[in-house]
Design a binder for this molecule. Sequence first.
Ligand SMILES: Cc1ncc(COP(=O)(O)O)c(C=O)c1O
Length: 401
Amino acid sequence: MPGTELYGAEERKELNDVLETGIFFRYNHDAQRNNIWKAKDFEQEVKNITGAGYAHAVSSGSAAIMAALSAAGIGTGDEVIVPPFTYIATIEAVLLLGGLPVFAEIDETLCLSAEGIRKALTPKTKAVCLVHMCGGMADMDAIMALVKEKNLILVEDAGQAFAASYKGVYTGLFGKAGAYSFDFFKIATAGEGGIFVTNDEHTYKMADSFCDHGHDHIGSNRGMENHPVIGFNFRISELHAAIGVAQTRKVPAIREKNRHNKAYLENKLAKVNGIGFAKVCDPDGDSATFLNLLLPDTESAKRMVEEMNKAGVSGFNYWYVNMYHFINQWEHIKELKTTSKLPVEVLGAPQDYKNLDLPKTQEVIGRLISFGVRCTWTEAQMDELAKGIAACAEKAMAVNA
Ligand SMILES: Cc1ncc(COP(=O)(O)O)c(C=O)c1O
């Protein structure tokens, strides 16, 4: 959790600016706010890192992905290709907007593959909601070629990949719109928060209005603003934005440390029997928030998890059994359990969610064990962790010998 590892005086200073004015609302109150605009500053910091033409701060990464899909024109009855390995928010956003998720295969990048997307295409496919998982990035050359060939709308959930890039382009900026999360567990946190990004002015304006009850934000009298579209409240508070400002400024340094620490561990583990790594399509663009181990098969990964639990090696996720990141545990999605009827229930799901055939995804996630990379690790701590991982891998692999 790198962002929270470095919480300190900088965050308190930004927070204090807001506490002194007492203006927690991101809009208006120009006379009282003493020129303190933390949501705007937060957006600027994200633009500085990513080069995004437009950024809009919202209350969560989930809100940002909802805004990205909506502003890209995804709505009722639209088939959207999604990955079965993601945080559940991606799927929820598609469903709540009335879209129809179509699950496709991922590969060793941990993201949707172009091949997987191609196989899932139907004449009704409107969009792909690509998720850049575990700090890395999808194979963007192959995916962009397909998106162009099939004239698809691309929306990117880069909730876990803020500050990651592929051949110089930052995740979130390949398609029509993108989203980052700044929740408590990310490379930078706002406590709770998210950022919507795009390079397209109209898409930005749609998101800006969508996230604040449709307001056009023209002028300084909120009561007199027009409402070009129907929206909702996904606003960020100035307090959360203030933390986001200080944290985002730390991201280049965090990323450098993460990369160093990830490379240090990979180097130590590279020769350990049975341990491989997830594919990072552009290692120079890795945000390096996760060290993603790939074991030879699901059985050895399960044994490895058992050994690590016995040995007290901690700080990892075995996503295969994780309740919120992998489709195998999404009973409520498979059964379409809803509080009130959603369009997917009325229109019919495009796939039988209870009987999906995704062997490649099952194989990759079965083999995957991810360690959160800490930017404050010392070499001694990393040596000990590498020793622990190697010893457990040896035991897990001994069965195969
Ligand atoms: C890929 C992905 N998308 C979206 C989200 C949702 O972000 P938030 O928790 O800020 O709503 C997350 C959070 O973990 C995520 O990992």
